[in-house]
Design a protein around this ligand. Structure first.
Ligand code: HEC
Ligand code: HEC
Length: 403
């Protein structure tokens, strides 16, 4: 009896939830693919994404156009309500402005939607927990995800697209024959994502074209053009704040995952749940391009503003037992500063800080003691990383139009 009541309640609640979250604008019905918008020249974007030749996009206009249509097409979800673009919105740097985006049934995704930019053929460890090894592998995963788009039997998707009045033609132009297949869908989606290149920020503009045109490290170019607060903020980022110990390289990202002490006990264990030897609650060190427009922040979208993120790093890091050594007292002085602690490698390959006898010390979380002015400056620096040409580029936008 109880079970039945529960089941009925669940059905009612789900129905209400679904009805409330169903977004009319987002529904496929009443939208048409605008071919004039879609079939444009993408050559310069393809060349820009090639990073002078070392990135993969061995692609063409027709395949990118197809990928763009697929990215924005609600037909890729089981009930025609959600597209990739529903959770990855151009105006927010291809992230979403809510902590957990709605999936196809109005049930929320389990993590914060990540911004998409500058993913290359060499990008690995994608997703917050690094579980996808490459973009080619990743692109079809959201389609079959039971919360995001619901095509758990993804092999049924090609037949659905094959009977539309636009895909056979688009597949023919992209691949020579009109046949839709999962592999072809994946390749086209991958190629559209490859051309989402964001390298036109104020930081780059002020640092000169050398940086904008190549894959070199952001720190090797002196940011001479930054204004007072921005420059102070840059110095904190690479110095006193020690942010660049983790967020570095061309996109201010890390190559590994880290536990940042958001919790003492994580419910979402991140990479720790799927990769042997990774700390509980460790998440990929995210890139920070367009960070000022990709709120909310962290894998669960817990922080609504950059101020909250900065306050957290300043004095909110919790003493989780597997807290990353780079956020503990005694480690380092930033990449340009003096190193106070000894950096050694622990039993699991995890660098640790040791006392004078070589015994590991789990030092407490570091407190940065930033002044209000320093916090403001750090934020000002992060704001120089916004690429406005990226969020206004017409050829990245939704090619579907209301009838
Ligand atoms: C319901 C919302 C939702 C939809 C729909 C969705 N995504 Fe995502 N996307 C997310 C979330 C949430 C994450 C982070 C997932 C995680 O880490 O477990 C993510 C992560 C990604 C990433 C990883 C970026 C990185 O740097 O690691 C890419 C790329 C991506 N999605 C592409 C797509 C594509 C392509 C589609 C359509 C086929 C799509 N997404 C559909 C919510 C969504
Ligand atoms: C130990 C390495 C480490 C250090 C040091 C570090 N971060 Fe992070 N940062 C991370 C990781 C890992 C995440 C994601 C954590 C999560 O979601 O659980 C993150 C997330 C962020 C985010 C949110 C990104 C997003 O897309 O949601 C911002 C902003 C950020 N860090 C800025 C900073 C600043 C500013 C500093 C210096 C004060 C700093 N970080 C120091 C590893 C680090």
């Amino acid at each position: 009896m109880k079970k039945i009541t529960y089941a009925i309640a669940l059905v009612v609640v789900s129905a209400i939830l679904w009805a409330c979250t169903k977004d009319v604008d987002n529904n496929t019905e009443g939208r048409r693919l605008d071919m004039a918008t879609l079939k444009v020249d993408y050559t310069d974007l393809i060349n820009k994404a090639a990073f002078g030749g070392w990135n993969m996009p061995n692609t063409n206009n027709a395949r990118v156009a197809l990928g763009r249509a697929l990215f924005y097409d609600n037909k890729l979800s089981l009930n025609n309500t959600v597209s990739c673009g529903s959770c990855h919105k151009q105006q927010f740097g291809f992230a979403d402005n809510v902590a957990f985006s709605d999936g196809f049934k109005g049930v929320n995704a389990e993590r914060n939607s990540q911004p998409i930019n500058n993913i290359t053929s060499f990008s690995g460890s994608l997703f917050w927990d690094g579980r996808a090894d490459s973009l080619g592998q990743l692109v079809t995963m959201p389609i079959s995800n039971h919360i995001e788009m619901g095509f758990e039997k993804i092999e049924n998707l090609p037949a659905k697209l094959q009977v539309t009045d636009y895909y056979p033609q688009l597949f023919e132009e992209a691949y020579g024959t009109p046949d839709v297949s999962v592999q072809r869908i994946g390749t086209a989606l991958r190629d559209f994502i490859f051309i989402l290149t964001s390298r036109n920020t104020r930081f780059e503009e002020l640092s000169g074209p050398a940086f904008a045109n190549s894959g070199i490290n952001i720190w090797s170019v002196p940011p001479t053009g930054l204004t007072g607060f921005e420059r102070i903020g840059f110095d904190i980022f690479v110095g006193k704040g020690q942010c660049a110990n983790c967020h570095s390289g061309n996109s201010l990202e890390g190559w590994d995952a880290a536990n940042t002490g958001l919790e003492l006990n994580y419910t979402d264990k991140g990479a720790g749940a799927i990769k042997p030897g990774m700390p509980e609650g460790s998440f990929r060190i995210p890139q920070l391009r367009n960070i000022a427009i990709t709120a909310p922040y962290m894998h669960d979208g817990r922080f609504k503003t950059l101020e909250e993120v900065i306050d957290f790093y300043n004095d909110g890091v919790k003493p989780h037992k597997e807290l990353d050594y780079r956020l503990r007292d005694g480690f380092g002085g930033g990449i340009f500063g003096p190193f106070e602690g000894d950096l050694l490698v622990g039993p699991n390959g995890q660098p640790i800080i040791t006392d004078e006898n070589g015994n590991p010390i789990a030092t407490p979380p570091r407190r940065l003691n930033l002044t209000p002015l320093e916090k403001k400056s750090l934020k000002a620096f992060l704001e120089t990383l916004t690429d406005y040409s990226f969020i206004t580029e017409q050829r990245y936008s939704n090619p579907f139009r209301a009838n």
